[in-house]
Design a protein. Structure first.
Length: 77
């Protein structure tokens, strides 16, 4: 639960809606906190670059999942 609060702070400081956190998995929230926080607090020195890295990874996973779904629907002969 603590990671969820940290993630809300991180997301809001970066201009994204706080509700975005509710759609994330616990693993994704843990990843965001690892990239953007230190000792249980949002680290100003890490949050901008950490959040960019998190978004890059998040988008790559979404693209991979979308591609997998398309490939799963194709019949391979």
């Amino acid at each position: 639960m603590e990671n969820k609060k940290l993630c809300r702070r991180i997301v809001c400081t970066q201009g994204y809606p706080a509700g975005w956190i509710d759609a994330m998995s616990e693993t994704e929230r843990d990843e965001m906190v690892a990239l953007c926080a230190e000792d249980g607090e949002v680290a100003r020195s890490k949050v901008v670059e950490g959040f960019k890295e998190f978004l890059r990874r998040f988008r790559a996973r979404q693209l991979a999942d979308a591609n997998k779904g398309v490939l799963d629907t194709l019949e391979i002969e």
